[in-house]
Design a protein. Sequence first.
Length: 224
Amino acid sequence: MRKILIADDEERMRRLVGDFLRREGFQILEAADGREALEVFEKEPDICLVILDVMMPVYDGWAVCREIRQRSMVPVIMLTARGEETDELFGFELGADEYISKPFSPQVLIARVQALLRRANAGSKSVYAYPGLEIDVDARHVKVEGEIIVLSPKEFELLAYMAANEGRALSRDQILNAVWDYNFYGDPRTVDTHVKKVRLKLGKRGEYIQTVRGLGYRFEVSHD
């Protein structure tokens, strides 16, 4: 069974969310504070998703998210009673995948969980196909409207990384670390320069790379 860790100091909230997710076939692990959450995460290496309340005792959700991101890219959903934009941006900078404000509909949470898991499972694809755009990771070529376009190695890696994280808000630091590796100490504006070049080469399909104000970028394609 797929395991989901729910970390929240409110037992009622853990029970509510857990009951809905169990009905969807998930095995639920619980933690009442940040320290317990990290202990459970360490003992259970096959956790497929983590749901973190921001305001927890001992270690808050942000601290837990930061620790998890140092060892894993497992999807993380942050829960908070506060809906301030600055909180959301901070959560995304730490590597959170989703940010949901309380109160929320359990059905909405389940939909977010399922979408995140689909996205994570798609991360191993070798070809990403969208209307007017095809990215072949193995062949390292990109087609726009059926025609191959020329990208530099870093431009290609940037586009492939964003496609593999479709729908996820990515900070400039996250992109730098993934594409230029953790030893890069250059200007974060390097990302902006490369995004501008990739957008230009993609033509009208450059609109798939959206700017997330105050954070970075998101690769978003409507599949309607």
